[in-house]
Ligand binder design. Structure first.
Ligand SMILES: [Zn+2]
Length: 387
């Protein structure tokens, strides 16, 4: 009898030790902050809760960086980390915050749109908790997040998510997916408050363009593209043709489906005067049939299983031994964002947006992503935002 109790005690002890080791890693990840250096173009920083008070004090509240030009002009809202497991968008937005100087018009940037998801992970899929980008001054460390907000911040999930206001039935998990909860409401679930705050920014600040930056699987048909509703399609098409002709990369236009509700490229267009665009770059890490989900795969996009699937023409993008490195993905996002602004400015010169300092595709492929991040240790403290 006594022996059974000793075995039970040892097993319980082992279980608690595993729980403490695993749990402390997740706790540290959730509370790890990334220093964002506000570059020379940042004129003020407010918070999402300034546009929806229900967000105050929650993990979903996050900074909104304003970059105002000396001359009045058009306004662009750039959002990234809508899905916090697609780092190419986040890194492109941070490059803009650290380097852009606006001459005319205003940029508004929300680098961690789903801030709760950026402090969540997917242990069942073996996600790395962090990834590091080499820079001239050392490695800059980032949290690797998840697609959906953390259940610690929004719980319980319904059996089915009933979209507001269209009442379309969506998967239960989409109640925590901030790209299904547009246009949101001030008293809805937390993620609806996030999209409502962004809608309020667009309505109150009279934003002309909204750019929502993502990554998508190479086996998913809507990848390496600009998703645009009818009213944004002319500008999207001109941007796609121009980057193809001048910079040599593909980024075709996909129409935003009318019947699929809750997505930024659909609801922003339907519920405000803003022209929405959703950018996708291929991210092999997110594909299902890959090897282990390592930091290396996240950064270089090289995977032998995808390579063999590519030979059987199962992917929606060209794929060879060079993979799909982060520099290409971030570079595409910067160039396409710049090109959308340029095409809009040509069409509406009175609302033009003129920006300097944002690197283009060829610059980022050549210099790497880390080249555009400044050392927080050598930056004045009042220019650093922990996020
Ligand atoms: Zn996404």
């Amino acid at each position: 009898m006594a022996r059974i109790w000793i075995v039970k005690a040892i097993l319980s002890g082992l279980f608690l030790a595993m729980l403490a080791t695993g749990g402390s890693q997740l706790f540290r990840h959730r509370h790890f902050d990334i220093p964002i250096v506000a570059g020379p173009g940042v004129t003020k920083v407010v918070r999402l809760s300034d546009y929806c008070p229900g967000l105050k004090g929650t993990m979903a509240d996050t900074p909104v960086f304003f970059m105002e030009g000396k001359e009045a002009g058009g306004k662009v809202l750039i959002m990234s980390n809508t899905h916090a497991n697609e780092p190419e968008g986040h890194l492109a937005a941070l490059i803009i915050i650290e380097n852009a100087v606006v001459e005319k018009g205003t940029l508004l940037v929300i680098p961690e749109f789903n801030h709760s998801a950026s402090r969540n992970t997917r242990p069942g899929d073996g996600y790395p908790l962090y990834y590091e980008i080499p820079t001239e001054w050392g490695k800059k460390k980032f949290r690797m997040g998840n697609r959906d907000a953390s259940p610690l911040d929004q719980w319980p999930d319904p059996d089915v998510y009933i979209h507001y206001p269209d009442r379309q039935l969506l998967s239960f998990i989409d109640v925590r997916n901030v790209n299904r909860t547009w246009p949101g409401r001030p008293n809805g679930p937390l993620m609806e408050k996030v999209t409502f705050a962004a809608m309020e920014i667009m309505r109150q600040e009279k934003v002309d363009l909204a750019v929502d930056i993502h990554g998508a699987e190479t086996m998913f048909p809507v990848t390496n593209c600009i998703v645009a509703p009818e009213k944004s399609q002319k500008i999207a098409t001109m941007a796609a043709l121009t980057v193809k002709a001048k910079e040599g990369f593909d980024n075709h236009v996909e129409p935003s489906p009318r019947g699929f509700r809750g997505l930024s490229h659909r609801e922003i267009g339907d519920y405000s005067a803003t022209l929405p665009f959703l950018l996708e770059a291929p991210i092999p890490f997110l594909d299902q049939p890959t090897g282990p989900k390592t930091e290396k795969l996240l950064l270089d996009g090289k995977d032998p299983f995808l390579l063999s699937l590519s030979r059987e023409k199962k992917l929606f993008v060209p794929y060879d031994e060079s993979g799909w490195p982060l520099e290409k993905r971030v570079g595409q996002h910067c160039s396409v964002t710049l090109e959308i602004m340029r095409q809009f400015s040509k069409k509406y010169p009175e609302r033009a947006i003129v920006v300097q300092g944002i690197p283009r595709y060829a610059d980022i492929v050549k210099n790497g992503v880390g080249c555009y991040f400044h050392d927080p240790e050598k930056t004045e403290k009042n220019k650093i935002y922990l996020n």
